[in-house]
Design a protein around this ligand. Structure first.
Ligand SMILES: Cc1cc2nc3c(=O)[nH]c(=O)nc-3n(C[C@H](O)[C@H](O)[C@H](O)COP(=O)(O)O)c2cc1C
Length: 242
């Protein structure tokens, strides 16, 4: 096992990856995308099965899907604001109703709530969006469904037969994909929000049976919007040691 990366270089490198939430429209050249995918396939997986499937949207397909996701998001806003009537109406009319393979609105475990709050608070503070400014928050969250302007979006599906192990393997693969993108000058943002609706991506791509939509990754060249400077930092990993 030989390589030329020093531990210090590696530590510096992985710390420069940030979630990118504002992209230039420039397309990712095919050879660059293929190189990134060629790296991602080297992730370890359960008996080397690579139990995931990617639907990769670029160009017009990205635009078309964004239109559809924005429509669903806009329809779902009243229900997202939590009124029981709006939720009932969403389910009765079907407008904006989630079509998830895995539910994306799980309640946060109490022990994790403070970290979620801190990240949200710091992001919105950076953008000058006040705590009570629901419109401002909605408008920012809506950017998810424009894929933050990214030219390419990878929709990640996992084989349901391997349950949590497939999800774990997809995570290993996604991390390599994101780091390879970084070294190739390409920004990424994992987006669980997109998995609220599997309908649009299933309508556009013929996804093989047994695969479930778990997350999306928007990819492209970062622009210089302030949002791309957001660095939520890290706490130490929770652990016990003996
Ligand atoms: C599985 C997964 C889903 C995510 N979903 C979203 C999302 O829907 N929208 C978003 O803006 N960021 C999303 N993120 C990005 C996280 O908020 C981000 O990774 C975290 O705040 C740490 O910031 P960093 O990636 O810049 O280090 C997601 C990240 C992961 C790993």
């Amino acid at each position: 096992m030989t390589h030329n990366i020093s531990p210090e270089e590696f530590s510096d490198f992985i710390r420069t990856r940030r979630s990118i939430r504002s992209f230039k429209s420039d397309p990712i050249p095919t050879d660059v995308l293929n190189r990134i995918l060629g790296d991602a396939k080297w992730a370890p997986s359960w008996t080397n099965t690579q139990p995931y499937f990617l639907a990769i949207a670029s160009g017009e397909t990205t635009k078309l899907l964004s239109k559809e996701y924005l429509r669903l998001f806009d329809q779902s806003i009243p229900a997202q604001h939590g009124s029981k009537w709006a939720i009932l109406k969403m389910y009765l009319t079907g407008k904006g109703k989630p079509s998830w393979d895995y539910r994306t609105t799980l309640p946060y475990p109490e022990v994790l709530v403070p970290y979620r709050r801190k990240t949200g608070f710091e992001l919105y503070s950076l953008l000058g969006i006040e705590r009570g400014d629901r419109k401002g928050r909605d408008a920012q969250w809506r950017r998810n469904f424009e894929f933050f302007g990214a030219p390419t979006v990878i929709f990640v599906f996992v084989h349901d037969g391997l349950k949590q192990f497939a999800a774990q393997d997809a995570g290993y693969m996604e991390q390599i994909l994101m780091l390879s993108a970084l070294v190739n000058g390409v920004g990424t943002c994992a987006q669980g929000a997109i998995a609220t609706w599997a309908g649009p991506v299933r309508a556009e791509f013929d996804i093989p049976e047994g695969y479930k939509f778990i997350t999306a990754i928007s990819m492209g060249y970062p622009d210089d919007d302030i949002i791309n400077t957001f660095n939520p930092g890290r706490r130490e990993i929770d652990r016990l040691e003996k």
